[in-house]
Design a protein around this ligand. Structure first.
Ligand code: ZN
Ligand code: ZN
Length: 393
């Protein structure tokens, strides 16, 4: 069959999408606390006639839309959580939950997911296959995707293909980023504790200064990317937190460093870790301290499989035009990587920035996005899914 004009379908629902997105924006909820959001999602999916499961990965919701004939299962994933940020926008839809803000656009993602579900219910008779809507909690560093996988989201039925997208203000409205292979990096967090011996600031010779040792470690770690990694490869080692001391004239007992490693390649990731540990231990020893390291929250790289990426690209070209498709990789990370380790799929970015008006980066207290981008996201994902499940006969 000829595919419907999904862009027109999405545009017809624009006012409804804006109202829905602004409601979610006014009521942001942190990871694993998305009770209001997931209740609304479950209600809307139920009203649309989907088979709904709640409480998957705590606050996650799964909706199944089965076609009239058997066929592939296409998973579409949308994240719902907000961030611990005090919103500085004064829009009438600004956060009413002080200190919590939709500063990444997940309010838009949830809205797009519900809108795609609404559009696709009109075509249930023509569908050969199943659409599985995954509304995920806690994408922002808390591993909500992992919690939903543990809760069984990738079983009964097991998806054949997984799709996800992110509204993206660094990319102008009208563009779409679709990239085969690694598109977002793996990410992990490390904590180095440098143990010295506290003492009086006026008698440093009687103490063992962990701040001095930790400062050398911070500097030395920067040589990993420049001296140990092949210049053709991409690795990031960043220290984002340095905690030590309580006042000016006391040498503290210990210093704590927290940082992140990112890469597109698991082996490089492990190599970087080996070097961080070696350097931290040896540098600490050189300054008569000891260092221990802990690592947590390892998120896999987001790697797009060739076939689903080609399907998404085709849909994006159809809807936006060839000249609007951009290939780009980012060292940001995403727990969709866990899903794409299990299921071939594509994660893509919908340009949602607009110079002057929507130019703040994600996670900024003034972040906002061009709401028209939701039309593009809905249309592209709906068309990509339709290419799999619409009855070709
Ligand atoms: Zn984010
Ligand atoms: Zn995000």
């Amino acid at each position: 069959m000829v595919l419907p004009n999904f862009k027109q379908k999405a545009a017809n629902l624009f006012d409804e999408m804006v109202a829905m997105r602004r409601d979610f924006h006014r009521h942001p909820e942190l990871g694993f606390q998305e009770t209001r959001t997931s209740r609304i999602v479950a209600e809307k999916l139920t009203d649309l006639g989907l088979e709904v499961q709640t409480g998957i990965g705590q606050t996650g919701v799964v909706g199944l839309l089965e076609g009239s004939k058997p066929g592939p299962t296409i998973l579409m994933r949308f994240d719902m959580d907000a961030l611990p940020i005090l919103e500085e926008n004064d829009a009438d839809y600004a956060s009413t939950n002080p200190g919590v803000m939709h500063a990444c656009g997940h309010d838009g993602h949830t809205t797009m997911g519900l809108t795609i579900a609404k559009i696709m219910t009109q075509y249930q008779d023509q569908m050969a296959g199943t659409l599985k809507f995954m509304f995920q909690p806690a994408e922002e560093g808390l591993g909500g995707a992992f919690a939903m996988i543990a809760g069984g989201v990738l079983e009964n039925p097991k998806p054949d293909v997984a799709l996800a997208m992110h509204l993206w203000t660094p990319e102008p409205y009208g563009n779409v980023r679709v990239t085969e292979g690694p598109t977002m990096s793996s990410s992990s967090v490390f904590t180095i504790t440098v143990q010295g011996r506290g003492g009086h600031g006026a008698a440093p010779h009687l103490a063992i200064d962990p701040i001095l040792a930790a400062a050398q470690i911070v500097t030395a770690l920067q040589s990993i990317v420049s001296r140990n990694v092949n210049p053709q490869d991409s690795v990031v080692v960043s220290i984002g937190q340095f905690d030590a001391g309580t006042t000016f004239n006391v040498i503290p007992d210990k210093a704590i460093l927290k940082g992140t490693v990112r890469s597109y390649n698991e082996e490089l990731h492990r190599q970087a870790y080996r070097r961080i540990l070696e350097m931290a231990k040896n540098m600490a020893t050189a300054f008569s301290c000891t260092a221990t390291m802990e690592t947590i929250a390892i998120v896999s790289a987001v790697v797009n499989a060739p076939e689903p990426t080609a399907v998404v690209r085709e849909a994006a070209v159809d809807i936006m035009g060839e000249d609007r498709i951009v290939e780009h990789r980012t060292m940001a990370s995403e727990d969709m990587g866990y899903v794409l380790e299990e299921i071939p799929g594509c994660y893509f970015f919908i340009g949602a920035g607009n110079e002057g008006q929507f130019s703040y980066p994600h996670h900024h207290p003034r972040f906002d996005f061009d709401e028209r981008a939701m039309i593009n996201g809905v249309a592209i994902m709906a068309e990509a899914a339709a290419k799999y499940v619409f009855n070709k006969g």
